[in-house]
Design a protein around this ligand. Structure first.
Ligand SMILES: [Zn+2]
Length: 457
């Protein structure tokens, strides 16, 4: 199916593109690119090849670049070396999907009115395709900018080979601006532009006090209890009621949230009530909307993911366990450094429970882009033109390794021009995308490319 831009007003082009957009999206969604499952390795190659073909059929150059893991698809609408370049990052791998839980098969995309149902429709194949449609219109209509595409196939497993890929292809990926279209608005009524991420530090703490479980009637009172001691350690690390971390120095490098940021957090449409419903949580640590938004986007956390050891079968078995393990993590915010925080944690544990073994798991730096300045203004203008509403600047509570790698290797920060909505079911069953976001997104990217091309460099 060919996509024609010639002599068309933008609105006409978008309207005329609907059928082909739906067909192209189905082609991508129907390939089960589940990166977490090695059995889908061939689907990765298949989807990469299909995506490259698609880019070419739109008139862009495209190639599939191999890595030690899954390939990356790169493409470009090249105008000239005398104009600025923007790169848009998307990913076309997806989360696993258990078909038995879905209304319709996850890898056989269904069009239901305005809705597109299928795994990867909103995360992130739909937005990737939306960018491509917008880019084609901008390019065919002479917007003086080079538009690069970077479509990863390992995002859902933490981008293990992406940084090396960037290093190996640094010249090819050279760009003036980067936008990432892989994030979720807070509400359909208000476009959201993301500019910050939390970092992450995972740790496991183990304690061994013997070599086998023993009878509490026999040893209880004299024998130590490793589960209890780990629980005590955790309660020394943080106040589980308020969430406040008590490790000395933990908050030293935390940047305060400015008044303007706070205003924007609220303007995004975030409410504690809607959040509670969306995540099916019963009671939260605060009912205050601003504090709530700040807690998930701009405050660090200490979290207990699991404690193992002892007996967990039916009823009570009166043993004293001989070992226990706590799986912990800390979400970090600008300007906390995972190295430094790990050291603080390690020193604290060594003092509180010297016999504990500390195992360091993965770490990611927090990220902070620009929410002001010409690039951000271009994004605001584009969102406003396309969706009729001033966007709100928000942060993300999670961590996206690819964004950190792009900043490190390509030297450019990213803005998150996502198109997904909370009701699209990111990572959930019955994932969907919709024509309203796709059509608005196409227009938004056309405006964005125009606005960027007009910036003074
Ligand atoms: Zn995604």
């Amino acid at each position: 199916m060919t996509v024609e831009t010639k002599g068309k007003e933008l609105n006409q082009y978008v309207q005329d593109s609907r059928k082909s957009f739906e067909q192209h999206l189905k082609e991508l969604v129907d390939i089960p690119t589940v990166s977490a499952d090695p059995a889908h390795r061939q689907d990765m190659d298949k989807c990469a090849a299909r995506a490259a073909e698609l880019l070419k059929s739109f008139g862009a150059s495209a190639e599939v670049i191999q890595t030690k893991g899954n390939p990356v698809v790169v493409g470009e609408f090249h105008r000239s070396k005398d104009v600025p370049t923007v790169m848009i990052y998307n990913h076309i791998d997806v989360q696993p999907a258990d078909a038995s839980e879905w209304k319709s098969p996850p890898f056989d995309m269904k069009v239901d009115g305005d809705k597109y149902l299928g795994r990867g429709s909103t995360d992130d194949k739909g937005p990737a395709l939306t960018v491509l449609y917008g880019a084609k219109y901008a390019f065919d209509n002479g917007v003086p900018i080079n538009i690069k595409f970077c479509w990863e196939l390992e995002e859902e497993i933490g981008s293990p080979n992406f940084e090396q890929f960037l290093k190996d292809n640094k010249e090819k990926l050279h760009t003036d601006y980067i936008a990432v279209s892989d994030t979720v608005w807070i509400s359909r009524d208000r476009p959201a532009i993301g500019y910050g991420l939390r970092g992450l530090l995972g740790v496991i703490v183990k304690l061994k006090t013997g070599t086998k479980d023993v009878h509490s009637g026999l040893v209880g009172g004299l024998a130590r209890n490793p589960i209890g001691e780990l629980a005590k350690l955790i309660s020394r690390c943080y106040d589980a009621t308020t969430g406040e971390v008590k490790i000395p120095g933990f908050y030293d490098d935390v940047n305060a949230v400015s008044e303007n940021e706070g205003k924007d957090f609220l303007a995004s449409g975030f409410t504690v009530d809607a959040f509670k419903k969306a995540h099916e949580l019963i009671k939260l640590r605060t009912e205050d909307n601003l504090e709530g938004a700040t807690r998930i986007w701009a405050k660090p956390t200490f979290e207990v993911h699991g404690i193992t050891g002892g007996y967990s079968g039916p009823g009570v078995k009166t043993i004293v366990p001989f070992q226990a393990e706590a799986k912990l993590s800390m979400r970090l915010v600008p300007s906390q450094d995972p190295e430094k925080v790990f050291k603080l944690f390690e020193d604290f544990v060594k003092k509180e429970l010297p016999e504990a073994e500390i195992i360091r798991e993965g770490a990611l730096f927090p990220y902070m882009g620009e929410r002001t300045g010409p690039e951000a203004e271009a994004a605001v203008k584009a969102m406003k033109e396309a969706f009729g509403k001033e966007p709100a600047f928000v942060r993300e509570g999670g961590s996206i390794g690819a964004i950190l790698s792009m900043q490190k290797v390509l030297g450019k920060s990213s803005l998150f021009l996502g198109l997904s909505l909370p009701e699209h079911g990111y990572h959930a069953i019955n994932e969907n995308y919709d024509w309203q976001q796709a059509s608005g997104g196409m227009k938004m990217f056309v405006s964005y490319f125009k606005a960027l091309s007009e910036l003074k460099r």
